[in-house]
Design a protein around this ligand. Structure first.
Ligand SMILES: *Cc1c(COP(=O)(O)O)cnc(C)c1O
Length: 395
């Protein structure tokens, strides 16, 4: 498919492979293996598989390939490898490139499982990890050494929505030839082009916006053909983090509406921020697209829109935020994000519970902090629900 077509066209048609039946909706090739016409054909395929030749679903599958090609077209990447979950993608991207004795630099404000990999798993295998405040470009410049192998960060951190300057950090990494790996879940592939800004490898948890309707786990790693086929694929195909064909099909259908959903959700998130940032029971409201965000200039330079998630601090600490959460009628209490259903999360007691008080304080995870993933409900209904719950919360 032509790379010149616009994003929404790519998201509907990209990567499609039609069988002899000419089906409109992409087929689910729910098969582990593939039969060869002859023994010679099997031998040839094991020597080198052609573009649309498959061997075993742990290596690749036609439905999974459709998903990989479609998301690669959107991201503007040469290639992609789909994984069973976002964490299989993060683990695969990092482990496939690292060995004992290597040094990496990572931002400290990471999704809990990402932090576990860089803080607990990698050091067990002899990888030296330096954690930095990702917002501080000088800290990156100080931490990156001649022998630094890669840098890793979430472009927008969870849950306090701090923004990392991808172009600046990439320039620092490039000086020593380090690979730049970006987890781009919060920014979404719709609003941010991390590869254009200097990243080498981009990762998504497809569980979030790409499915967008709370059904399946999935993930994807995007980068150059050399990296994806030469470095990542050998690691992933032998360690088993493959995406199931059924889940790939769900993600493919999710991609068709991704742009529309993200735009509608971001528009709602911006309106909700306007309403909450002046509310007397909200101490602070954080949204990358709002002028009150301390890094709003960077946000506007780096992202087309502020994303679909905001965080805010309810007055009255944990009692205040719990009373607020318990009074919500439309917004659900859960811990996913990017879903069509709006979701409120209390990071201090759920997703970030494992951190001690000092770590929480460093990351700004206060007892009153609530993260809101804005869904597809009517914006006025959402604002009424949030304001009603704030009124009900005794502070
Ligand atoms: C959810 C998430 C992940 C992990 O994705 P799973 O699909 O749950 O494995 C990684 N990074 C970020 C930023 C996430 O939000």
């Amino acid at each position: 498919m032509s790379k010149d077509l616009k994003a929404r066209t790519k998201l509907v048609h990209g990567g499609t492979r039609r069988s002899q039946y000419g089906e409109m909706s992409e087929a689910i090739f729910l098969t582990q293996g593939f039969a060869y016409p002859t023994a010679e054909a099997a031998e040839a395929r094991f020597i080198e598989a052609g573009e649309d030749e498959f061997i075993y679903a742990r290596y690749g599958n036609p439905t999974v390939a459709m998903f990989e090609e479609r998301i690669a077209l959107l991201e503007g990447a040469e290639d992609a490898f789909a994984t069973a979950s976002g964490m299989a993608a993060v683990n695969g991207a990092l482990m496939s490139m690292l060995k004992a004795g290597d040094h990496i630099v990572s931002s400290r404000a990471l999704f809990g499982s990402c932090l576990y990999i860089v803080e607990n798993i990698l050091p067990r295998f002899g990888v030296e990890v330096t954690l930095v405040d990702g917002r501080d470009n000088d800290a990156w410049a100080e931490a990156v050494r001649e022998d630094t192998k890669l840098v890793f960060f979430e472009a927008i951190s969870n849950p306090t929505l701090e923004i990392i300057d991808i172009a600046a950090v990439s320039a620092i990494a490039k000086r020593v030839g380090a690979t730049v790996v970006v987890d781009n879940v919060f920014a979404t592939p719709v609003f941010q082009r991390s590869l254009d800004l200097g990243a080498d490898v981009v990762i998504y948890s497809a569980t979030k916006h790409i499915d967008g309707q709370g059904r399946c786990l999935g993930g994807v790693v995007l980068g150059t053909k050399d990296y994806i086929r030469g470095t990542l694929e050998p690691y992933l195909k032998h360690t088993g983090g493959a995406l199931s064909p059924f889940n790939a099909w769900v993600m493919l259908k999710g991609l068709e509406t991704l742009d529309l959903r993200c735009r509608a959700q971001a528009e709602s998130a911006a309106k909700i921020t306007e309403a909450l940032s002046v509310h007397p029971k909200i101490n602070r409201c954080i949204y990358p697209g709002h002028e009150s965000h301390p890094q709003v200039d960077l946000a506007r330079r780096q992202m087309e829109k502020g994303g679909t998630v905001l965080s805010f601090e309810v007055a009255g600490g944990q009692a205040g935020s719990f009373a607020f959460l318990n009074a919500l009628r439309v917004v659900l209490i859960s811990n996913n994000l990017g879903d069509s259903k709006s979701i409120a999360t209390h990071p201090a007691t759920t997703t970030h519970q494992r951190l001690d008080d000092t770590q929480k304080a460093i990351l700004g995870i206060t007892p009153g902090l609530v993260r809101l993933s804005v869904g597809l409900e009517d914006t006025d209904d959402l604002i009424a629900d949030l304001e009603g719950a704030l009124a009900a919360a005794a502070v």
